[in-house]
Design a protein around this ligand. Structure first.
Ligand code: AMP
Ligand code: MG
Length: 304
């Protein structure tokens, strides 16, 4: 398939799920099982995904060479929505040297002794690289919002903990992302939108298969009891932080093949839009290269 056609095909997957203005956003308007009417065979989807990964690998190479823009991919979701598998598949073709994945867990003692953005800022990708946040600063307005004791563990002066704290944090996150985008960080945020029923199916599958059960923790079932609170927290987060420069993608997650395609399409499109070129060589550099070639070609084996 020629490049333009691939991009066109990929493009049609993205727009329905991209949120750039949050005021009207309602999670209920998004169907976790949506596949836009595409019925794809496994092989077809894999083929398309492979093309996407190939393009991404090429673009990553140019990104790395020009050493100026960077890309931050943020992944958020309920358990078993497929974050790990999506990251693995979408990034399968890229050069590990130009890509970093960070999985954020419960904060450490040291991390809790700083402001909540501290540990994330330290991992923002450097210029020329793609950085992936497997969970992110959004946990601080999601899990921490749902479980009050986590907020207490953050050692914030009590006078600063008011009813407005979540709106304040969301505003801080929006400003933080604004700041990063003005520094040349392209930010894409993915919410893998899994249904309550599909999560149960996947948990049961994990319990059935010995090579999957390590992924299951009894606390996953406890978290499930807070589903509605999580959905409210996600909705509030997406409403407050969707912008043109740092959009959210609410990606249907009940069908894994579709999740992976949408994410791959969004990443390829975002980098493609930068229209990056390999750095141009100045005439002095060209002369130096020509001289190096002359030297190499003039080398005598015997001289060694
Ligand atoms: P997992 O990604 O399934 O390995 O789990 C990581 C766990 O760390 C999840 O239960 C998250 O909710 C939790 N976590 C991540 N970030 C934070 C945070 N800032 N505060 C508290 N818990 C967090
Ligand atoms: Mg987990």
């Amino acid at each position: 398939m020629p490049r333009k056609e691939i991009l066109g095909t990929l493009g049609s997957y993205i727009n329905p799920f991209r949120i750039t203005q949050g005021e009207e956003f309602r999670l209920a308007d998004f169907d976790p099982a949506d596949t836009l009417g595409f019925e794809m065979k496994k092989g077809e989807a894999a083929d398309l995904l492979r093309h996407g990964s190939e393009w991404l690998a090429i673009e990553q190479d140019v990104l790395y060479a020009q050493d100026s823009w960077s890309v931050l991919l943020v992944f958020q979701a309920m358990d078993a929505a497929g974050k790990d598998g999506t990251i693995k598949h979408v990034m399968s073709g890229v050069n590990p040297q130009g890509c970093d994945v960070f999985s954020f867990k419960q904060p450490s003692h040291e991390e809790l002794s700083h402001d909540f953005l501290w540990r994330y800022l330290a991992k923002v990708p450097q210029r020329g690289r793609i950085g992936i946040f497997n969970r992110s600063y959004y946990e601080d307005v999601l899990v921490v919002r749902v479980h009050r004791h986590l907020l207490e563990a953050q050692k914030i002066p009590p006078a600063l903990i008011t009813d407005k704290i979540w709106d304040e944090r969301l505003a801080d996150i929006a400003r933080f992302e604004d700041y990063l985008t003005r520094q040349g960080v392209i930010i894409l945020k993915f919410y893998l939108n899994l249904s309550y029923e599909e999560q149960k199916r996947r948990f049961l599958k994990r319990l059935d298969k010995p090579n999957k059960s390590w992924k299951f923790s009894p606390s996953d079932v406890r978290e499930r009891r807070h589903w509605d609170e999580y959905m409210q927290a996600y909705e509030a987060a997406i409403r407050a932080t969707s912008t043109e420069a740092a959009p959210w993608y609410v990606v249907p997650a009940d069908k894994k093949w579709f999740t992976r395609l949408v994410v791959a399409a969004a990443v390829v499109e975002a980098v493609e839009k930068l229209n990056l070129q390999y750095p141009e060589i100045s005439s002095d550099q060209a002369k130096a290269l020509a001289k190096a070639r002359e030297e190499l070609e003039g080398e005598k084996k015997a001289a060694k």
